[in-house]
Design a protein around this ligand. Structure first.
Ligand code: SF4
Length: 182
C-alpha cells in the first residue's frame, strides 16, 4: 500500500518551524516509515511530483513568490496546515505592517546606518525579484487553511501529534499540554 505523501514549504519564516519538525528526534525514523516526502526543503525536491496528502506551511506571505508557492500548495495538497505564528498571523515579519512599504524599503536600503551614501544606494528593482506586498499576510487570508498549529515554533511534540493524526486519519487532539507555553 502506498504511504501518505507530505510536503512542506517555508514562506516568510525563519526555518525555525522546520527545525522543530526535525526536533522529533528518533521519531523521524518512524516518520520515514509512515510517510513519503514530496516537495520540501527537507529533501530538496523543488517541484511537486504527485498529489500530496498533507502540506505544512511555515511563514506568511510577504511577496508575490510566497503567494504563488502557497497557492500551488493549496492546489496540490488535500489538507493544508499553517505551522507557527508566522503562517497563522504573520509573526515577526508582520511587524512592518504598521509602516508604509515605501518607508520600510527606504529605511532598509537608503537610510540605514550601514548604507554608504558614496555607494549610490538604490532600492532593488530587478524584474526577476519577487514583488514585495503592501503588508505581510497570514496564510488563511490568501488560501483556505484546514488546520493551525500555534507556537513560535510549535513544539516537536505538537507537530508530531498533528502530523501523525492527519496521516492516520485520526481527529486532531491538540491538548493543553501541547499548546501551552508557560
Ligand atoms: S513561527 Fe517562529 S519559528 Fe516559525 S518561522 Fe515564524 S519566527 Fe520562525
Amino acid at each position: 500500500m502506498s504511504k501518505p505523501v507530505i510536503a512542506t514549504a517555508s514562506l516568510a519564516g525563519c526555518f525555525g518551524c522546520h527545525m522543530s519538525l526535525l526536533d522529533i528526534d528518533e521519531r523521524i525514523l518512524k516518520l520515514v516509515e509512515l510517510v513519503e516526502f514530496d516537495k520540501s526543503p527537507i529533501d530538496d525536491i523543488k517541484k511537486f511530483t504527485r498529489p500530496v496528502d498533507v502540506g505544512l506551511i511555515e511563514g506568511g506571505c510577504c511577496n508575490s513568490e510566497n503567494v504563488e508557492v502557497l497557492r500551488s500548495f493549496r492546489k496540490a495538497c488535500k489538507v493544508l496546515v499553517s505551522v507557527g505564528e508566522c503562517a497563522i498571523m504573520g509573526g515577526l515579519p508582520a511587524l512592518r505592517n504598521s509602516i508604509p512599504l515605501k518607508e520600510c524599503l527606504e529605511e532598509a536600503y537608503l537610510n540605514s546606518p550601514t548604507v554608504d551614501p558614496g555607494d549610490k544606494p538604490i532600492i532593488p528593482n530587478d524584474e526577476d525579484l519577487p514583488i514585495i506586498l503592501d503588508k505581510v499576510y497570514p496564510c488563511h487570508e490568501v488560501v483556505k487553511i484546514d488546520h493551525f498549529l500555534p507556537g513560535c515554533p510549535p513544539s516537536a511534540d505538537l507537530i508530531w501529534e498533528a502530523l501523525t493524526a492527519l496521516v492516520e486519519g485520526r481527529p486532531l487532539a491538540l491538548t493543553y499540554d501541547l499548546i501551552k507555553f508557560d
